[in-house]
Design a protein around this ligand. Structure first.
Ligand code: HEC
Ligand code: HEC
Ligand code: HEC
Ligand code: HEC
Length: 425
């Protein structure tokens, strides 16, 4: 949700600059919903809320099509439940712009998503009234588990072989369209295989790993571009068409959604409303868990089960290091997110706190003691050491550890020799 306001603002500016003469389509290559803390068959309430705002936001700020990746499946099972489907679509029409050619439900209570959508655009510079039909087909890899294995059934949906699915659906789509775009949530090698095996494809927009591609690649007939995994960049693919409707060239670039791009006011309003509801849900969740376990005060929930102890405990014996730490930006990394109203965005939190999803930080309400980039984020969980310091720490902080967070795209300029002196303790 983070970059929505700037993304919308950029797209509006682009349309405006071209006097609305360049037809523009907004697409997402997959992983728009989160499967955060999905267990057996349920997403936590506040995660549902966050996803709900994504469907709403994508619809309200007109996204044309989105690919369904395996990560989207836990929320998709809610959206595509047959029970109440028509009503849901009425409320969130964007549901009908979610595509996948290689997933299907394992039961008969859920709908199969549509494999593709077709958008028709009119070329201002072509022959008068000349239309181009563009087909968007969605494909995803199955959930990777371990180095080579995949989990084919996830959240009530089966992920079929994307290569077989592509071969089945593309000839049919070719009949109906002039230009085919495959949205592919899979690693680069698989994206290239898709291009090699399917001459029908004109363009593939891949997603899944951080892009290092500046220029589009050409494989077989297809042009390949790759989307960024985070919302800090928007990818722009320009397709230049000759007078006769054939493709002349395709160029792409990434636009950093930094502070130069203003936040779109209506989108900001919606993001703020989303955050407010999300915050209330978190409050409610914190209260409920308090009521079911009354002896634990908020702020210490789960504390003793955690392998982490938190910076206050370290400070008790390492006063000098603590004083240094307080002067570094690591000590207020969460406040930085709060200023941006992103303190509940899991995409962001993991690098701005200690031990996220590893028994440390859960939320500001349940575990405020684990906010910010603390000692244990670099030194490792310290409960054992804090209980018996004489044994040493058992783990050495290293420059490699810094690069878990100080890496592209968040910090492309990181150099240990420059950064370490700023936080040396
Ligand atoms: C009860 C006091 C106490 C607490 C709490 C404590 N330490 Fe220590 N720490 C020590 C002592 C004493 C040493 C020196 C041990 C030695 O010389 O072998 C030490 C050593 C270390 C070292 C050097 C270890 C090594 O192997 O050379 C690191 C790093 C460290 N502490 C980090 C932390 C962090 C991070 C925390 C909080 C998670 C923490 N300490 C909490 C007392 C403590
Ligand atoms: C868990 C993620 C994480 C790790 C690991 C991490 N950092 Fe950071 N670092 C951050 C974040 C987030 C900020 C920005 C905080 C802010 O401004 O609110 C930051 C900021 C900094 C800054 C301030 C940058 C500036 O321009 O002033 C320095 C210096 C720094 N880190 C050095 C290091 C070093 C050296 C290491 C490894 C020993 C390291 N960091 C490990 C997340 C991390
Ligand atoms: C992979 C780890 C990582 C993730 C994920 C991450 N950050 Fe950061 N963030 C960093 C590091 C490292 C820095 C410090 C960079 C520097 O200034 O040297 C930082 C700095 C910042 C800063 C202060 C510097 C600036 O650019 O203004 C803000 C604001 C920020 N992050 C917001 C976010 C938001 C919002 C998200 C989620 C969309 C996010 N971060 C996700 C690692 C991360
Ligand atoms: C951003 C990462 C980072 C953070 C945060 C951090 N440290 Fe460190 N710390 C390091 C690195 C890297 C070293 C140097 C490792 C080395 O030389 O053994 C170090 C060294 C130390 C040492 C000296 C170890 C020795 O053997 O000389 C102690 C003690 C220590 N840190 C404690 C702390 C405490 C306590 C905090 C929190 C108040 C903290 N550190 C926060 C990365 C970090």
């Amino acid at each position: 949700m983070g970059g929505l306001a700037r993304r919308v603002s950029y797209i509006k500016a682009f349309k405006h600059r071209s006097n609305l003469e360049v037809p523009t389509l907004v697409v997402d290559a997959g992983n728009l919903f989160t499967d955060d803390r999905f267990t057996a068959d349920q997403l936590p309430g506040e995660v549902m809320t966050k996803n709900k705002w994504v469907v709403k936001g994508y619809g309200d700020f007109h996204h044309d099509v989105a690919n369904i990746s395996w990560i989207d499946l836990p929320y998709l099972t809610e959206l595509l439940k047959k029970d109440g489907f028509a009503k849901r679509v009425e409320e969130y029409p964007f549901i009908e712009r979610l595509v996948s050619a290689n997933i299907e439900p394992v039961d008969d209570q859920h709908r199969k998503p549509i494999p593709y959508v077709i958008r028709e655009i009119t070329l201002k510079r072509g022959a008068p009234g000349q239309k181009v039909r563009i087909g968007f087909v969605g494909l995803t890899e199955a959930k990777p588990i371990g180095a080579a294995d995949k989990q084919n059934v996830y959240a009530g949906y089966r992920v079929n072989d994307p290569f077989e699915a592509a071969k089945k659906v593309l000839p049919e789509l070719k009949q109906k369209t002039d230009f085919i775009v495959a949205l592919a949530y899979m690693p680069m090698a698989d994206v290239q295989r898709l291009a090699t095996e399917n001459p029908e494809i004109d363009t593939i927009i891949g997603a899944r790993q951080t892009s290092t591609m500046d220029e589009p690649q050409h494989f077989n007939r297809a042009t390949i571009t790759y989307a960024f995994t985070q919302t800090k960049y928007i990818g722009e693919l320009r397709v230049y068409v000759k007078g006769d409707g054939s493709i002349e060239n395709q160029l792409n670039r990434y636009i950093a959604l930094d502070s130069i791009i203003p936040d779109d006011a209506p989108a900001t309003e919606e993001v703020t409303a989303a955050h407010t509801e999300f915050t209330n849900e978190q409050n409610k969740a914190a209260q409920t868990s308090q009521e079911s376990a009354p002896p634990k005060p908020v702020g210490l929930l789960g504390a003793t089960d955690s392998p982490y102890v938190g910076v206050e405990t370290c400070a008790g014996c390492h006063q000098k290091e603590h004083e240094v730490w307080l002067t570094t930006r690591h000590s207020h990394a969460l406040a930085t997110l709060e200023k941006k109203n992103e303190q509940f965005d899991n995409e962001c939190i993991r690098c701005h706190v200690v031990g996220y999803q590893r028994g440390g930080f859960q939320s500001l309400y349940t575990t405020p003691q684990f906010a910010n980039v603390q000692c244990e984020e670099c030194h490792g969980p310290g409960r054992k050491h804090a209980e018996s310091p004489a044994k040493g720490y058992g783990f050495m902080a290293t420059p490699i550890g810094c690069m878990q967070c100080h890496k592209v795209p968040n910090d492309p300029d990181f150099a240990f020799a420059v950064y370490w002196p700023k936080i040396k303790h």
